[in-house]
Design a protein around this ligand. Structure first.
Ligand SMILES: [Zn+2]
Length: 65
């Protein structure tokens, strides 16, 4: 298994799939070609996100397979 890539807010979604929010475990579907957004469950990538994931440069979406 080599799909350990992480994505951050604003990255282009490489393939239509369900992605896992690493800090909180929330799973969300993203469409290929759209942009990753914040996690609506924990607000990762915003100042209200979990500790260590409060910067928009933090990568936290991981492809579930
Ligand atoms: Zn989350």
């Amino acid at each position: 298994m080599s799909s350990k890539a992480l994505y951050k807010i604003g990255d282009t979604v490489p393939e239509s799939s369900v992605y896992l929010c690493v800090p909180c475990g929330y799973a969300q579907y993203f469409e290929a070609g759209s942009k990753f957004t914040t996690c609506e469950a924990c607000l990762a990538g915003t100042p209200d996100g979990p500790e260590g994931y409060q910067d928009p440069e933090n990568e936290f979406w991981q492809l579930l397979d």
